[in-house]
Design a protein around this ligand. Structure first.
Ligand code: ATP
Ligand code: MG
Length: 319
């Protein structure tokens, strides 16, 4: 079985209970929740049955244990997780009435960016390396991730990329250039609508997806948040409408979606089945507070799909 590798920032997250506080007011928070886009992805992929391994770094503290406990609970292979002298990285998030979010990340000079990628820890056999662009804003992480990309490609493995552009941590031109390079090395691209605008300013959705295929991708799955999904490959193209759910906390939906999709494809499911499971997993993930508290396994996702009378209608398009 292909091993799915994730690498990048391991964080705990605190979520504000009050909208429009902009992380400036004295309000209540919940946390520490295990987080970091690569961790959310790896956890969800493991829950969906993939051999899912993560490379990252934590501190020797309670926050680090929040992460390792979750990994062992859900079967994420964590031999690539190292414990450093620095404290575990953190993120704070609050939501606004207009749907926007405020983040404060502590990644630089924490354990999160102390990661040293050790190629010797890569397992034998087929490899698929998943990169979240959110990790590329940090110079130290970027260098280690590029080492991992080169090592996996040298072993004949493939790259999957969720651009996951976070303006808060990706404002420098080096991060943008690095993301573009990883996109060009990726077989599977899983952008959100905002990611396409970030990567290809001035191009509409169709033009931007065309550019992604030009750069060598075999599969592009566009996450449209509460507007559903657009799937494009060389042989098929279709849209899925979203499931109707009550959105409590949308952070992490994209990573949950990607983990479900890639794990399902690795296990031999069709592109349509994998995309439907991912669409449902993404919807389920927003119903719980905390970035990976809404992650769920295939049987829960399938039960959710079976319980829905609306949503997930397939709109097929010609390729
Ligand atoms: P993030 O970067 O915050 O993790 P994202 O922008 O990468 O998220 P989204 O598009 O927000 O990803 O969500 C991924 C998928 O999850 C969507 O394409 C959709 O299938 C599902 N989803 C997300 N939000 C909702 C919602 N409110 N209702 C139904 N489905 C949703
Ligand atoms: Mg995203």
């Amino acid at each position: 079985m292909t091993t799915l590798i994730s690498i990048g920032e391991l964080l705990v997250e605190f979520v504000s209970h009050q909208k429009d506080c902009h992380l400036q007011a004295l309000v209540e928070y919940s946390g520490p929740y295990p987080s970091g886009a690569p961790a959310i992805f790896a956890d969800q992929a493991a829950q969906c049955g993939a051999k899912s391994m993560i490379f990252g770094s934590i501190g020797d503290d309670g926050f680090g244990k929040v992460l390792t406990n979750r990994f062992s609970q859900n079967g994420v292979i964590s031999e690539g997780v190292t414990v450093t002298d620095a404290t575990t990285g953190t993120a704070f998030v609050s939501y606004n009435s207009d749907g926007s979010r405020n983040f404060i990340f502590h990644i630089g000079n924490t354990a999160a960016d102390s990661l040293i990628f050790e190629e010797a820890k890569l397992p034998e056999g087929d490899l698929l390396l998943h990169i979240s662009g959110s990790s590329l804003g940090n110079e130290k992480l970027r260098a280690q991730i590029n080492n991992a990309v080169d090592a996996v490609i040298a072993r004949g493995g493939k790259i999957c990329c969720d651009p996951n552009a976070r303006p808060e941590i990706m404002s420098n031109p080096e991060a943008f250039a690095s993301l573009k390079e990883i996109v060009s090395k990726s077989s599977i691209l899983l952008p959100s609508t905002a990611d396409l605008t970030y990567l290809y300013p001035g191009l509409n959705e169709a033009e931007a997806i065309h550019e992604v295929f030009n750069s060598g991708a075999e599969l592009v799955v566009l996450k449209r948040g509460s507007d559903g999904v657009l799937v494009s490959s060389a042989s098929e193209s279709f849209e899925l409408t979203p499931f109707e759910v009550e959105e409590i906390d949308p952070t992490g939906a994209g990573d949950c979606f990607c983990g479900t999709l890639v794990a399902s494809l690795i296990s031999g499911k069709s592109l349509l089945d994998a995309a439907q499971l991912a669409n449902a997993a993404g919807a389920l993930s927003v119903t719980k507070r905390g970035p990976m508290e809404g992650n769920s396994n295939i049987s829960k996702i399938s039960a959710f799909i079976a319980s829905q009378s609306v949503g997930n209608k397939i709109i097929t398009r010609e390729s």
